[in-house]
Design a protein. Structure first.
Length: 104
């Protein structure tokens, strides 16, 4: 079993492995920048599982920003029957794609 970590970013929790790519909400930085996360909730490997209360003190996760972009358009459509009320709107959410380099 490889090393696993559960981290918290922006109120959401992510289960990560070393070398894994994942998307999260937009973070500060540009492609190629390195980020260190210190809100680690759980670290596990072959031998033991460490659980934080709420966070682990001596652990961190290093990641690299691969891309900052916008997701596909989501259509927001409001409709009231029998009243001729229709509103159509689109929304594209910003995201940051990260690659986990190392779980310390």
């Amino acid at each position: 079993m490889e090393k696993l970590a559960v981290i918290e970013i922006g109120g959401k929790q992510y289960l990560l492995k070393e070398g894994e790519k994942f998307k999260t909400e937009k973070l500060e930085g540009k492609a190629g920048d390195k980020i260190t996360f210190d809100k680690i909730l759980l670290v596990a490997d072959d031998k033991k599982v460490e659980l934080g209360k709420p966070y682990l003190e001596n652990h961190s996760v290093e990641a690299e920003i691969l891309k900052v972009g916008r997701s596909k358009k989501v259509i927001v459509f409001r409709y009231h029957s029998k009243t001729r009320y229709r509103k159509k709107r689109g929304h594209r959410q910003w995201y940051t794609e990260l690659k986990v380099l190392k779980i310390n």
